[in-house]
Design a protein around this ligand. Structure first.
Ligand code: FAD
Length: 492
């Protein structure tokens, strides 16, 4: 497809939005909305998904990029969530092997001078057994203890004076934005229409006089300035931290169902840390820990960068543009410098990049959780149906998107049945547990293009073969090629 036909494809997507009646209109092209669109399209429903900016431009490109059960949630007693997440982790490793890979994690036991107390270290050992039993075993490897010498080999900059041993366990990592895009593309391959740069600006109700009339679609505005209505049996609100704005379009007033919690990451040159696996480090003076993750492999066991995060703090600013503050950076640097013993401290000047995102945490109806620390709030998702039939899906995690989508589409089908929409009679059961995602291939995941485009890497190679200038780096110091940008503009 050349750029002209990309424009034609966009026009024909507009035409479909304008003229068809969909079973589901999904609003929000983050991992949640993309997962819902795929689940519904795979059941044979007529699906449209609209995103006001780039797909995954919201929280879904600002995560820690881990597909994990979350050891922390186990320590908080949420066994069901961890069980579910570890099950989903396994499905993702199978369904998207090009984008999701197993990642070893090390928890250093820094008990030599009491940095972490021996009691906590013992409790960690028990927690890791629980993690394995809850589903960690599915990855085929159980946690184990490492001697200090082996632990140091994984991160030679670690403070040897404090290190007595370490635990090794396994989780997985993913390119969050590419995963979201793969879901959208998989939905499109099953007949869904997906349009980015298309905002929902209002909801259509059966009777415009009646605020509680059934929702029958939404008004949208495109980047090109076009405004039209999209008709659908059910509107799914999958707008993450923007979810309350959609609910206000529905019921008016000021209903608050989401408590945004900010999380940031910092990136430093890998040479300063030299970790070849992910490392969990404690935050001094806070009952939290941070992930220290090697990023962008060079192919020889070294990496370009290490990123460190994340924070978890209440957020009151504009949800459109969360920022990483100097305090946020210092919080991460304090923990990092406590764990490493380089010839000099790692400072703000060493930070080459940051990113900040907002978790759409669900406000608990009992009011208790509203007061607690955001770090202690549940990561479970919630599906809410309004009186006018809008289905809102909020909360949850990147890791559990598939399960969240299944729950949402099950709920949407009940709503469709209430309005006697004919397609519901032939809608199939959820089929995403074993559904290979767009580009799924297990071929050499260390290959940069394969790790981003899977089996479609060959299309990019063909573009470079036809025009060698497309093989140049897009930005010096990063592995992305010019051909990737052209491919994204034409096909993604
Ligand atoms: C710092 C941080 C680290 C995290 N780390 C992990 C992790 O390692 N593993 C994990 O499993 N989870 C993690 N999470 C959680 C996970 O990232 C989120 O739960 C998930 O990305 C939320 O996705 P979403 O689709 O609900 O929201 P979003 O990705 O924000 O998507 C919502 C979309 O809706 C669009 N939108 C809004 N309003 C409109 C409108 N009117 N019309 C059209 N579109 C609209 C927005 O542009 C946006 O793209 C992390 C979260 C944070 C903040």
């Amino acid at each position: 497809m050349n750029s002209g036909s990309a424009v034609t494809a966009r026009r024909s997507a507009f035409e479909r939005l304008r003229t068809e009646t969909f079973d589901l209109l999904v609003v929000g092209g983050g991992i949640t909305g993309a997962g819902v669109a795929l689940d519904a399209a795979a059941r044979g429903l007529r699906v449209a998904i609209v995103e006001r900016s780039d797909f995954a431009s919201g929280t879904s490109s600002k995560s820690s990029k881990l597909i994990h059960g979350g050891l922390r949630y186990l320590q908080q007693g949420d066994v069901a969530l961890v069980y579910e997440a570890l099950h989903e982790r396994q499905r993702l490793l199978r369904n998207a092997p090009h984008l999701v890979r197993t990642l070893p994690f090390m928890i250093p036991d820094m008990t030599r001078d009491g940095v972490v107390s021996r009691k906590i270290a013992r409790a960690l050992g028990s927690a890791l057994w629980m993690y394995d039993l809850t589903g960690g075993w599915r990855v085929g490897k159980l946690h184990r203890r490492l001697r200090a010498k082996t632990a140091l080999a994984h991160m030679p900059t670690m403070r040897a004076d404090k290190l007595s041993s370490a635990y090794l366990y396994f989780d997985a990592e993913a390119d969050d934005a590419r995963l979201t895009l793969a879901l959208v593309q998989s939905a499109v391959a099953r007949g869904a229409v997906a349009v980015n740069y298309c905002s929902v600006t209002g909801l259509l109700k059966e009777s415009s006089q009646n605020a509680t009339g059934r929702i029958v679609g939404a008004s949208v505005r495109t980047h090109e300035g076009e405004k039209f209505d999209v008709r659908a049996g059910v509107v799914v609100n999958a707008t993450g931290v923007w979810g309350d704005a959609m609910r206000q379009m529905d019921v008016g007033g000021n209903s608050v169902t989401i408590r945004p919690a900010k999380g940031i990451h910092i990136t430093v040159p890998w040479e300063l840390v030299q970790n070849d696996i992910a490392v969990v480090i404690p935050v001094p003076g806070d009952k939290r820990s941070l992930f220290v993750v090697p990023h962008m492999p060079n192919g020889d066991g070294t990496y370009r960068y290490t990123y460190v995060g994340t924070t978890d703090t209440d957020y009151q600013g504009s949800i459109d543009d969360p920022q990483c503050t100097q305090d946020d950076i210092d919080y991460c640097l304090r923990a990092l410098n406590k764990a490493v013993s380089g010839s000099r401290a790692i400072t703000r000047d060493d930070v080459v990049g940051t990113w900040a995102g907002l978790r759409p945490l669900v406000v608990s109806s009992d009011g208790e959780a509203v007061k607690g620390r955001t770090a202690d709030l549940s990561r479970r998702h919630k599906v809410i149906v309004s009186d006018s039939g809008m289905v809102t899906i909020t909360g949850g995690k990147l890791t559990t998107y598939r399960k969240m989508a299944e729950h949402t589409v099950d709920t949407a089908l009940e709503e469709l049945r209430k309005s006697n929409v004919a397609t519901t009679t032939r809608a199939k059961r959820c089929s995403t547990k074993r559904l290979s995602l767009h580009g799924a291939t297990s071929r050499d995941r260390d290959d940069h293009l394969v790790s981003r485009f899977g089996s479609h890497a060959s299309a990019i190679r063909a573009m470079i073969a036809a025009d060698a200038s497309l093989g140049a780096l897009l930005i010096e110091g990063l592995p992305y090629l010019r051909a990737e940008a052209v491919y994204a503009a034409r096909h993604e």
